[in-house]
Write a protein that binds this ligand. Structure first.
Ligand code: PLP
Length: 362
């Protein structure tokens, strides 16, 4: 069965010597390996204000703290995501207001969001679902017009671009996840990207009990509650080795995705998604709409190809019952979208076979 997700691990003759060295180095907690990994990640993104954390969820939590979300504040978000996007809003007591999605790509619809903004709205969360980028031209305008910060959940969008730059350069807060099944994994890990030194300094303290690790404990004064969200040297060492492969790996996702965009564009029962203007997807999952989805998935599975919607909408959880509302476009999208394998492990022969199987019909 060709899987939908598959962690890339560097070859063992490259990874294991580096891991062995750090494991027996006497310094496995947060240290130089983490700072070196941060430096490489900053270069990759093109943003000097990136902070390594233990997970993407930690990065989301810190984003909402930095954005100043207090209990009762409204945060506009999307149900079309993995759970942590929205549970992290609940961590700071934010009240979720569900925006509706664009029915042609499942991404938050700027016009729906505009209609939901009130005086209580303190942040807008955008999820670049499956590596497709939200309509940033429209959202940047909205953010400016109402002076509301955007948090970009780019857990699926490492290597995606907006206006020619990597995602991670645009909004006040962008988060990445390095969890097992994402484009790049350090087993667990995450990044928070901000836009200035001040936000970075505060986040750096928040990730380690409220202390600034660059100074001795005697020179430190804790001024607000911090957490244990730091990355350790072992995860960072895996990340440093992963950085040698990141361009090659992500370009495999993108090549396969573009191949499907082209090869699937005129097939009965298949609708290619709309990509937002001025953006480039990194195709963490290949996403499309199909007619008779159940039958489609069955046909694919019997040909040895995984196909599924993968994520469950977030607005059905009891935790969010007070936010429940009708989302007609989400309804339409949610019943017809599906993912097919697209990542680094899908060979040219396999992607052609996948297209042939779809062409045969279901
Ligand atoms: C994976 C994921 C996260 C959180 O990542 P962790 O590193 O597992 O904490 C957040 N948002 C989305 C959309 C994700 O898929």
């Amino acid at each position: 069965m060709i899987p939908l997700v598959n962690p890339f691990m560097p070859p063992s003759d490259v990874l294991m010597p580096a891991l062995e060295k750090i494991l027996y180095s006497g310094y496995i907690a947060t240290g130089q390996a983490v700072y070196d990994f941060e430096d490489q990640f900053k270069l990759y993104i093109g943003n000097p204000y990136c902070l390594a954390l233990h997970s993407g969820t930690d990065a989301l939590h810190l984003s909402f703290i930095l954005a100043g979300i207090k209990p009762g504040d409204e945060v506009i978000s999307t149900p079309m995501t993995a759970e942590p996007t929205n549970t992290a809003i609940a961590m700071v007591g934010g009240k979720i207001v569900w925006g509706d999605v664009n029915p042609n790509n499942g991404l938050l619809d700027p016009e729906s969001v505009r209609g939901l903004i009130t005086e209580k709205t303190k942040a807008i969360v955008l999820v670049h679902y499956a590596g497709m980028v939200c309509d940033m031209d429209a959202f940047n305008k909205l953010a400016q017009e109402y002076n509301i910060p955007i948090v970009e959940d780019a857990a699926h969008a490492l290597g995606s671009k907006y206006a020619g730059s990597m995602i991670g350069n645009n909004s006040p807060y962008t988060i990445f996840s390095l969890q097992a099944i994402k484009h790049m994994t350090t087993i667990d890990g995450g990044f928070l990207c901000v836009k200035n030194e001040k936000a970075l300094e505060r986040a750096r303290k928040l990730r380690w009990f409220g202390l600034d690790k660059r100074y001795s404990r005697l020179e430190n004064d804790i001024t607000e509650v911090g957490y244990k969200y730091s990355m350790n040297n072992v995860n960072a060492t895996i990340g440093l080795v992963q950085m040698q492969y990141i361009n090659e790996i992500i370009s495999r996702y993108i090549e396969n995705g573009k191949f499907y965009d082209n090869a699937l564009s005129r097939i009965d029962g298949v609708t290619i998604v709309d990509y937002s203007p001025n953006t480039e997807a990194s195709y963490w999952l290949y996403t499309m709409k199909v007619e008779r989805r159940e039958e489609f998935m069955k046909a694919m599975t019997s040909a040895g190809i995984s196909a599924s919607p993968l994520h469950h909408r977030s607005d059905t959880h009891s935790l969010f019952k007070e936010s429940k509302r009708e989302l007609p476009n989400m309804e339409q999208w949610y019943n017809s979208f599906v993912h097919i394998p697209c990542g680094w492990w899908v060979s040219k022969e396999e992607r052609e076979r996948i297209v042939e199987v779809i062409k045969r019909g279901w």
